[in-house]
Design a protein around this ligand. Structure first.
Ligand SMILES: [Zn+2]
Length: 193
């Protein structure tokens, strides 16, 4: 069959719109004719990229949305813990229990909350791994600074034997792990390698 006739049929063939008889003829010709096959491959590729694009964009939007939710939820959680800590600390009478709620709740949650600022600089990082490690280090660093502040602020001394001190240590560790895992998840949702 003539190549020109095949060219006329090809768009229909790619869209799967031609009759069975024509489809068979085109398929036979494509098997035998390399130049037509090349054009057919190109047509199919263009067609596929057109079909795939809307889906990819849709998927992207859903992921972007999830990343924003993740960030907002973590902002809210850490802020809620800080508020709770401030309320509890405020209702503690002056004495040797001073600063315990700050150590247990306020400092770890503040460390995490402030380190979330790093998430806004995701694009600066070379890859997801470096980003998540840096987020974790930021949480750890800010938390340690928070403890230095608490030690100075509660100069009267914090009752180190209190279980609340251990609560603070566990809380800080949990926040550091969360920082690593969730920042990685955040970057993943935004399509970072
Ligand atoms: Zn041909």
């Amino acid at each position: 069959m003539d190549c020109n006739v095949i060219m006329d049929l090809l768009p229909l063939y790619v869209d799967e719109c031609c009759s069975e008889e024509s489809a068979r003829l085109v398929a036979e010709h494509l098997d035998a004719c390399e130049s037509c096959r090349k054009i057919y491959d190109q047509m199919r590729e263009t067609c596929q990229s057109f079909e795939e694009k809307p889906n990819t964009v849709k998927l992207r939007r859903v992921s972007d949305w999830k990343a924003s939710v993740l960030q907002s939820v973590m902002l809210f959680v850490s802020f809620a813990i800080i508020t709770l800590g401030v309320i509890l600390e405020g209702s503690t009478p002056t004495g040797n229990t001073n600063g315990l709620w700050a150590v247990a709740l306020i400092v770890p949650a503040t460390g995490y909350l402030l380190s979330l600022a790093n998430w806004f600089f995701l694009r600066v990082y070379k890859n997801r791994k470096i980003f998540s490690v840096c987020s974790c280090l930021a949480t750890l660093g800010i938390t340690l600074l928070g403890y230095v502040w608490a030690t100075i602020h509660y100069a009267g001394g914090i009752a180190m034997s209190s279980p609340l001190v251990w609560c603070g240590v566990v809380m800080s560790a949990v926040f550091c792990v969360l920082s690593k895992v969730l920042s990685n998840q955040y970057a993943l949702l935004l399509g970072r390698e």
